[in-house]
Design a protein around this ligand. Structure first.
Ligand code: SF4
Length: 161
């Protein structure tokens, strides 16, 4: 989805978005039910927690302060290939809930995006992503995370009442 701005090799060399610490468990990917079935075949011992009304996230038992996503293979990368969870497909963008709006925000963790201006990213999101992202978020509200003030907001859409 983001190949126009992030080369796959850049992401393969980094993998920062697949590593977490105890403060950003909320940032681990939200897994929809169909994907959970597929993951259970790949990782029969995986445990899950509820992540909202219809979704899950991994139940993690970290050895230390930080941990990798259970789907991250040290050599080949994500075991899901092109079928990654929505959160991973759109990283470093994040859908968040701020006041009465759903917003598209940017993770501060992605160094590769720093080469682009905010204006460039805003134009890219508006023309290439916004419609798809807001529609998916409307259909799967569990992917809309509580707003984190460290994430600059690019675009917002008021909630419908
Ligand atoms: S699901 Fe794949 S891309 Fe997403 S955090 Fe896990 S290993 Fe990384």
């Amino acid at each position: 989805m983001l190949k126009q701005i992030l080369h796959p090799q850049t992401c393969a060399d980094c993998r920062q978005c697949c590593l977490f610490d105890c403060y950003d468990v909320w940032n681990t990917p939200v897994i929809v039910p169909e994907l959970r079935m597929k993951i259970q075949k790949l990782l029969p011992d995986a445990e899950f927690l509820s992540a909202g009304t219809e979704s899950y996230r991994f139940k993690i038992h970290p050895d230390g302060d930080s941990f990798a996503c259970p789907l991250l293979h040290p050599e080949t990368g994500c075991l899901l290939g092109e079928e990654k969870p929505f959160d991973c497909q759109i990283f470093p963008f994040r859908m968040m809930h701020l006041h009465d709006s759903t917003v598209i925000a940017i993770s501060p963790l992605c160094d590769a995006l720093t080469e682009y201006s905010l204006k460039f990213l805003l134009d890219f999101v508006k023309t290439e992503l916004a419609e798809k992202l807001f529609l998916y978020a409307e259909q799967h509200p569990d992917v809309v995370h509580v707003y984190d003030p460290l994430y600059p907001v690019l675009l917002w859409k008021p909630l419908k009442f």
